[in-house]
Ligand binder design. Structure first.
Ligand code: G6P
Ligand code: MG
Length: 221
């Protein structure tokens, strides 16, 4: 049975993945190395400090003290939050609101499962918090994706069993975490990058009719 839909936030619900990349690239630039969009794929879904570790490794920087790392992560986050200031409800990705509306009308419960500590701020800025029954984010979980913790906690709060949950993810680490949680995963984005997902589409907009027909047995239109 299809009990619940669990959504990643950055890059699935809101177009904030590009802001993370801009801020990380700026930090790399200040540290004196280039950071490509391809390299950035590895950072998606990964916690802030682990992302920094991956970035530093990409730049060959191995000699920083923990306090220096904290400072760098804070700077990135300040730039990122500056970019978040520009967010409006128009930054909700295409298809999201209608998809959530259809899920609710079929009695499917919904959650956000994000590694981000900025998730509450983002949800408030784009005004879609009321569309989710549950929000689990980087402020309440300990182990980041690809650990399944964030997904299992969302399912627990929704009162759903993992095999009744579908996860929607744009990051390889998130796809992996959802699989480890025993859930089915829909990859949003590049099929090659998200090869372990059960199905991959370019956006939720594209998914809606296909998904509803084959998994809930409803013709959405
Ligand atoms: C999400 C994003 C990552 C980000 C992480 C932590 O998973 O996909 O790119 O690093 O959240 O976000 P934060 O807003 O707490 O730095
Ligand atoms: Mg994401």
């Amino acid at each position: 049975p299809f009990e619940a839909a669990i959504f990643d936030l950055d890059g699935v619900i809101v177009d904030t993945a590009k802001f993370h990349y801009q801020a990380w690239r700026r930090l790399a630039g200040e540290l004196g190395f280039a950071f490509s969009e391809e390299q950035n794929e590895q950072l998606k879904g990964v916690s802030r400090m682990e992302s920094l570790e991956l970035l530093l490794r990409a730049g060959g920087i191995t000699d920083l003290m923990p306090e220096q790392k904290e400072t760098l992560a804070s700077r990135k986050n300040e730039w990122y939050k500056g970019l978040l200031e520009t967010l409006t409800p128009y930054d909700v990705l295409p298809g999201v609101c209608s998809f959530l509306g259809l899920l609710h009308s079929r009695g499917v419960r919904t959650a956000i499962a994000s590694a981000s500590k900025n998730a509450p701020l983002i949800l408030e800025k784009v005004r879609i918090r009321p569309l989710f029954d549950v929000v689990v984010d980087g402020n309440s979980i300990v182990r980041a994706k690809p650990d399944p913790e964030v997904f299992l906690e969302a399912a627990r709060q929704l009162g759903a069993s993992p095999d009744g949950c579908y996860v929607f993810e744009d990051a390889a680490a998130g796809v992996e975490g959802a699989i480890r949680a025993g859930m089915r995963v829909i990859g949003i984005g590049d099929g090659q990058m998200l090869a372990r997902a059960h199905l991959t589409v370019n956006s939720l907009e594209q998914l809606e009719p296909v998904f509803l027909l084959s998994h809930i047995g409803v013709n959405g239109h």
